[in-house]
Design a binder for this molecule. Sequence first.
Ligand SMILES: Cc1cc2nc3c(=O)[nH]c(=O)nc-3n(C[C@H](O)[C@H](O)[C@H](O)COP(=O)(O)O)c2cc1C
Length: 217
Amino acid sequence: MAKILYVNASLGGNDSHSQRLAHEFLAAWQHDFPQDQVITRDLAADSPPLINRAFTSALYKQASDYSREEAEIMNVSDTYVDELLQADYLILAAPVYNYTLPTLLKAYFDLILRIGRTFVSTPEGSQGLLGGRKVLVLSARLGDYSPGTGREHFDYHEPYLRFVFERMGINDVQYIAVSQNPMLHDESTRMAQMNTYRGHMEQVLKGWREARMLSLV
Ligand SMILES: Cc1cc2nc3c(=O)[nH]c(=O)nc-3n(C[C@H](O)[C@H](O)[C@H](O)COP(=O)(O)O)c2cc1C
């Protein structure tokens, strides 16, 4: 049995494109591998705390010395890290807000980028501890910041995500930027665009499915 961690950072509810695609991906995966377990971490439904002084002071203490406030925030951090460590796959519904990550997702990364847990510091530099995992990011936005648009420099989302995953040892990151703009395109054009994104997602699904099948033989 493999484990999939699904992290939602969209505030869009039922209207969210990122979530809709993530749900479609998970449904297809569960159809093929019903024995696999999906763990959902919905940051919109249950917001992560912002890191604070209790968190930064706890980083330098033994758990047995934590104050109540330190224990509370470290408990959340440990829960998130444990979920990641148990997961083989990570699906992220992560829209662009203000050119970068939703605050909820930044708060989540602040809690999972933990020395000794998701990376270690060595004389040769830091090393990630989450190697071997696969990540799919589904990221809706209004704008198109893809190469050739002249707006690549607006994007503080994909480079940040790729970098922090790499710091944790994860290099297999598939990133699908879902540009949907009702002010620029009519509904039929947007539906056609969504089908193109679904095609990209199907390619990722195909690759993961093949790797998963090989792991079963
Ligand atoms: C607070 C806020 C900030 C946003 N900032 C941007 C932005 O910087 N660039 C962009 O292209 N779209 C931006 N958007 C539009 C969203 O990315 C877009 O509505 C997207 O579909 C949201 O993802 P979702 O459909 O998965 O919820 C913003 C939306 C909100 C609510």
